[in-house]
Design a protein around this ligand. Structure first.
Ligand code: NAG
Ligand code: NAG
Ligand code: NAG
Length: 341
C-alpha cells in the first residue's frame, strides 16, 4: 500500500537529504472513506512546515486544503484521490497560495466526481460546486503528470509568475469545466503537452467584473489537444476591465469536435457598457487543426471599440466545418477578413 502512497515531501535540495512525511502518520486512512483533508493539513503544519510529509492511496478528500506560504516542496500523488458527492461541498479542494517552487505531480490521479454535481449537464443544481486545484499568487511552480478526472468546477487555475503545467491529461464528462486556466495577475506561464477531454477549453480569465485591474503577459500554450469541448481557447473579459493583456501565444492545438476554436471576447460577461480600458495586444494563434461546428466561427474576436485588440496574428489555422470568422474592433494578420493594423 505504501508503495502506492501519495507523498507530500520537501524538494530535495542539492546535497540535502530528501525528507518525506507520511500522511498515514497524521490521521490519513487508506480506506476511501476517511477525509484526507485534515491529515493533509496536519502533515503540512506539523511536518512540511518544519521539514517535509506522505498521504495514502485510495483516499477520500472532502475538505478544502490551503497550503499558504508553501515553499520548495513536492506534493507527489502516486495513488488515487476521490472527491465524494456531497451536495454542500464548495470552495477549492487544493489551493497553493503565496507559494514558490512547488511541484505537484503524479503519476496518480484525482477523481472529481463532477458528473454527480452537474447531472445531465445541469450547472444550476450546485452553482458553488467545488473547484479542484488553484495556484494563487505563486511563482516558479509546476504541475505535471497527474491525471485529473471530472472536476465539479474548474480543474486547474494558475495565477502568478513563471508557472508551468505540462504533460498531463484532464478528462471530464459531459462538457465539464475549464481545463488549464490562467487568471490575473500572471507574468510568465507555459502550458505544454496537455490533453483536455470534455472540458471547456484552456482560457485566459475570466477577469472578474467591477473594473478589475488586469495584468496578464508572457503566456504560452503549446501542443494541446482539446476534444469534445464547447470551447478551444478564449479570452474572457468584462467590458469594464482595466489593464493589459499582452504577448500571449497559443500554438500547436488540435481541436476535435468542439464549438468554438479561438476567440477574444471583451464582452464575455458584464453589462456590455464598453469602457475601452482593457488593452489586448500581441496575441498569436498558430497551428490550429481540427473540426468546429457549422453554427460558430472558428475565430471570433470581439474587442473594445475605444481600445481595439492589436497585433493579433494567426498562422496555419485549419479548422473545418465552421462558420466564417468574425472580427469586431481587432486588427492583425494571417486569416481572411482581419484588417491589418
Ligand atoms: C472511492 O469513493 C468514491 C466516492 O464515493 C467512488 O466514486 C470511488 O469509486 C471509490 N473508489 C474505490 C477504489 O472504491
Ligand atoms: C504533445 O503532447 C502529448 C500529450 O498530450 C504528448 O504525448 C506528445 O508527445 C507531445 N508532442 C510533442 C511533439 O512533444
Ligand atoms: C513573450 O513571452 C515569451 C514567453 O512566452 C517570452 O519568451 C518572450 O520574451 C516575451 N516577449 C516579450 C517581448 O516580452
Amino acid at each position: 500500500m505504501l508503495s502506492r502512497a501519495l507523498a507530500l515531501a520537501a524538494l530535495a535540495l542539492p546535497a540535502a537529504a530528501f525528507i518525506e512525511c507520511n500522511v498515514l502518520s497524521y490521521g490519513a486512512v487508506s480506506d476511501n472513506a476517511t477525509d484526507l483533508g485534515p491529515a493533509l493539513t496536519a502533515a503540512w503544519n506539523n511536518c512540511v512546515i518544519p521539514q517535509a510529509t506522505t498521504v495514502a492511496t485510495d483516499v477520500l478528500l472532502f475538505t478544502n486544503v490551503v497550503f499558504n506560504g508553501a515553499k520548495k516542496w513536492n506534493l507527489h500523488i502516486t495513488g488515487n484521490i476521490y472527491l465524494p458527492y456531497i451536495p454542500t461541498l464548495t470552495g477549492t479542494m487544493l489551493t497553493f497560495q503565496n507559494c514558490q517552487n512547488i511541484i505537484l505531480n503524479g503519476p496518480g490521479a484525482i477523481f472529481g466526481n463532477g458528473l454527480r454535481y452537474r447531472p445531465g449537464g445541469d450547472l444550476g443544481l450546485h452553482p458553488s460546486r467545488p473547484r479542484l486545484i488553484r495556484f494563487q499568487d505563486c511563482n516558479n511552480c509546476e504541475i505535471s503528470s497527474v491525471t485529473l478526472y471530472d472536476a465539479p468546477q474548474f480543474h486547474v487555475t494558475m495565477i502568478g509568475n513563471n508557472n508551468v503545467a505540462h504533460n498531463m491529461a484532464i478528462i471530464a464528462t459531459n462538457i465539464g469545466d475549464e481545463c488549464v486556466t490562467v487568471k490575473t495577475p500572471t507574468n510568465g506561464f507555459v502550458g505544454e503537452n496537455i490533453r483536455c477531454k470534455f472540458t471547456a477549453g484552456c482560457n485566459i480569465g475570466s477577469f472578474g467584473s467591477a473594473n478589475t485591474a488586469v495584468d496578464v503577459r508572457n503566456v504560452r500554450y503549446n501542443n494541446v489537444t482539446i476534444s469534445n469541448s464547447d470551447a478551444g481557447v478564449e479570452f474572457k473579459a468584462y467590458p469594464n476591465n482595466i489593464g493589459t493583456v499582452t504577448n500571449i501565444t497559443y500554438t500547436g492545438f488540435t481541436l476535435r469536435p468542439h464549438t468554438q476554436s479561438a476567440g477574444i471576447n471583451s464582452f464575455w460577461a458584464g453589462d456590455g457598457v464598453d469602457t475601452g480600458k482593457l488593452s489586448i495586444t500581441d496575441v498569436t494563434f498558430s497551428n490550429f487543426v481540427g473540426t468546429g461546428t457549422p453554427t460558430r466561427p472558428a475565430v471570433t474576436l470581439n474587442c473594445n471599440k475605444a481600445t481595439p485588440c492589436k497585433n493579433i496574428k494567426f498562422s496555419d489555422i485549419s479548422i473545418t466545418n465552421a462558420k466564417a470568422n468574425s472580427f469586431t474592433n481587432a486588427c492583425g494578420s494571417g486569416v481572411t477578413g482581419i484588417p491589418a493594423c
